[in-house]
Design a protein around this ligand. Structure first.
Ligand code: FES
Length: 312
C-alpha cells in the first residue's frame, strides 16, 4: 500500500522521501510514459499509459488524477480500460481546456509527471442483477464502455444505448458492439443510427417489454438527469456517474460536493457513482459552470504565451 502510494506520488518507496528533482523526473519517466495514443475524433483522444501499480488495482468506475508537469492543474479522468498484465491504463478525454489541449499534443514515448489513483468507489452491482442497460452520451461513452464490458464479462445481459450529436463524433462503436447483446446508436441529427435522444430509445425499449434490473447512465449531467426521470416511473434503479470539478480527489477540498438525497456527498470519495433518483442535478449543473470565466482566461493566457513563443 505504502509502496504504491509512494510510486504514485513519485517518491522513493524505500524511504518515503521525495527524491531530488532530476531523479524524480527519471523515476516518473519510467512510470507514466504514454505507450499509445489515438485520436478517436477531432476532439476526443485515447492514451494508453504505463502505470503498473494502478493497472494492478483499478476497478470499473474508479478514476485517476493526472498532472502534466509541476505547474499543471490536477485533472480527474475515469479509467476507461486497463491491462493488468501489461501494466497499462487507458484514458479517454475530450479536449475541453488548456490542460487537455496540451495532453492531446503528447505522443507515444512522452511522459507525464503525476498519476494518482485508483481513486473513488468501484461500481457496485446489486445482488441478483441479470439484465442491465448501459447508456452513454458523447465522451461519456469512454466511461460507459468499460462498464458495459465489465458487466458483459460477468455474464449479464447488456443492452447499450449510446448517443452523439452527429456521425462525425461517434466513438467506440465496434468496442460497444463486442460487449453488448444489443446496441442502439442514436444521433441528435439522424446522420447515423436512429435519430433522437437516448432517453427516447430507452423509453421505447422499456415500453416494448424489455426488463432491466439496473440502468447505468454516463454522460452529460442533463442526460443523466433525464435518464433518471425516464426510469423513475418504472421503478428501475438508475446509477449515474458524476464528474464535478475536483481538486485533491481525497475528500478534503470540498470542490466536488454534491447533494444526494438531501445530504452532502463528495464525488471523489463517496462516488463517482450515485443513485440517479437522489442526485440534485440542477445544483450540480449550476456548480459546474462556476469556473467557466477562469477557464476562458486560462485559455486566453495560454494562447498569448504561444503567440509570444512563436514570435521569438
Ligand atoms: Fe476535493 Fe473531492 S475533489 S473533496
Amino acid at each position: 500500500m505504502f509502496h504504491s502510494a509512494c510510486q504514485n506520488l513519485g517518491m522513493f518507496p524505500d524511504t518515503g522521501q521525495a527524491p531530488a528533482q532530476s531523479m524524480r523526473l527519471h523515476e516518473v519517466k519510467e512510470l507514466f510514459q504514454i505507450v499509445e495514443k489515438k485520436k478517436l475524433n477531432d476532439a476526443v483522444v485515447m492514451v494508453r499509459i504505463a502505470a503498473p501499480l494502478i493497472a494492478k488495482k483499478v476497478l470499473p468506475g474508479q478514476f485517476i488524477i493526472f498532472r502534466l508537469d509541476e505547474f499543471g492543474e490536477r485533472v480527474p479522468l475515469t479509467v476507461a480500460d486497463y491491462d493488468r498484465e501489461g501494466g497499462t491504463i487507458t484514458l479517454i478525454f475530450q479536449i475541453a481546456g488548456e490542460t487537455t489541449r496540451q495532453f492531446s499534443q503528447l505522443e507515444a514515448g512522452d511522459t507525464i509527471l503525476d498519476l494518482v489513483g485508483p481513486l473513488g468507489v468501484p461500481t457496485e452491482l446489486p445482488e441478483g442483477t441479470k439484465s442491465v442497460c448501459v447508456i452513454g452520451g458523447g465522451v461519456g461513452c469512454a466511461i460507459a464502455y468499460p462498464q458495459a464490458k465489465h458487466l458483459h464479462s460477468l455474464g449479464l445481459e447488456v443492452d447499450t444505448i449510446v448517443g452523439f450529436r452527429n456521425k462525425d463524433i461517434v466513438i467506440l462503436e465496434d468496442e460497444f458492439r463486442a460487449c453488448s447483446d444489443n446496441l442502439y446508436l442514436c444521433t441528435d441529427d439522424g446522420s447515423y443510427g436512429r435519430k433522437g435522444l437516448v432517453t427516447e430509445a430507452l423509453k421505447e425499449l422499456i415500453d416494448a417489454g424489455n426488463q432491466y434490473d439496473e440502468v447505468f447512465a454516463i454522460g452529460p449531467m442533463v442526460m443523466m438527469k433525464f435518464v433518471s426521470k425516464t426510469t423513475e416511473p418504472y421503478g428501475i434503479p438508475t446509477t449515474v456517474s458524476m464528474s464535478p470539478i475536483m481538486i485533491d480527489g481525497t475528500g478534503m477540498c470540498g470542490g466536488c460536493r454534491l447533494t444526494v438525497g438531501g445530504e452532502t456527498k463528495f464525488a471523489c470519495v463517496d462516488g463517482p457513482d450515485f443513485d440517479g433518483d437522489l442526485v440534485d442535478f440542477d445544483e450540480a449543473m449550476a456548480r459546474g459552470t462556476m469556473y467557466r470565466p477562469f477557464e476562458a482566461k486560462a485559455r486566453e493566457k495560454a494562447c498569448n504565451l504561444f503567440k509570444t513563443e512563436e514570435a521569438k
